[in-house]
Design a protein around this ligand. Structure first.
Ligand code: ADP
Ligand code: ADP
Ligand code: ZN
Length: 214
């Protein structure tokens, strides 16, 4: 099973991917996570992407498609892939078709997480993660069960992303509307798009996604 989780920044793609990995043993391929790792490691890709990401703009198609290509090729053929935050442009969607074909895979579902814009800003400005294991949290909607301690690994260190501020969030939304939303009709024509209401609780959204996959 190969699926795309599509939705604007803050829709819950990362949170739902983590759930799918846990429930179904799929692998999450998040270009945002890959790029952040490259920035941290100061690789050539990371050096090129850093400023673009901080402005909330899109990194080049060539960079992100190469990352997906490399990571997918390294997966066992029978493990399902979740594309999280990729593709984000028409060119990336075309790249993904080629990459999947090369690996003998096909796209089963494009799941669109629908959320309202006001909620997104709230979600993103409240987002933080465990500095040790990357588990995702939210100040009010999804705090660790014990304050200041990661539920998953027990770490006491947390971090916030440098692009999770209100001005940047607006740019990221504009990029989504202008460049990412237009790839949906192509997938609709292939009858693989399902819409999920992303405004429900995390478990409710997870249930709706599982219903589509079953
Ligand atoms: P994305 O990967 O689409 O940008 P995330 O999964 O990182 O989104 O979620 C953004 C923020 O919203 C995180 O702080 C996360 O804990 C929180 N969040 C995710 N899903 C929900 C939900 N269904 N209800 C409330 N908050 C959520
Ligand atoms: P979000 O919470 O906005 O879904 P991501 O972690 O997916 O965040 O992406 C963070 C940033 O990384 C984006 O704003 C963009 O600069 C860059 N990025 C991630 N994925 C892509 C992609 N597929 N194409 C271009 N840029 C990307
Ligand atoms: Zn942790």
């Amino acid at each position: 099973m190969n699926i795309i989780l599509l939705g604007p920044p803050g829709a819950g793609k990362g949170t739902q991917s983590a759930g799918l990995v846990e429930r179904h043993g799929m692998k999450q391929l998040s270009t945002g996570d890959m790029l952040r790792a490259a920035v941290k490691a100061q690789t050539p890709v990371g050096m090129e992407a850093k400023a673009v990401m901080e402005r909330g703009e899109l990194v080049s198609d060539q960079i992100v498609s190469s990352l997906i290509d490399e990571n997918l090729a390294a997966m066992p053929g029978d493990q399902g892939a979740i594309f999280d935050g990729y593709p984000r442009t028409g060119a990336q969607a075309a790249d993904l078709d080629r990459i999947l074909e090369k690996n003998g895979r096909k796209l089963d579902h494009v799941i669109e997480l629908g959320v309202d814009v006001d909620a997104l800003v709230e979600r993103i400005t409240g987002r933080f993660s465990c500095a040790n294991c990357g588990a995702l949290y939210h100040d009010t909607a999804n705090p660790p069960s014990k304050e200041g301690e990661c539920d998953v690994c027990g770490s006491h260190e947390f971090k916030r992303r440098p692009d999770d501020y209100e001005e940047t969030v607006r740019t990221r939304m504009d990029e989504y509307r202008a460049k990412t939303a237009p790839i949906l009709p192509g997938y609709e024509a292939r009858r693989i798009v399902s819409r999920v209401d992303g405004m429900g609780g995390i478990d409710e959204v997870a249930g709706a996604i599982d219903a589509i996959l079953s």
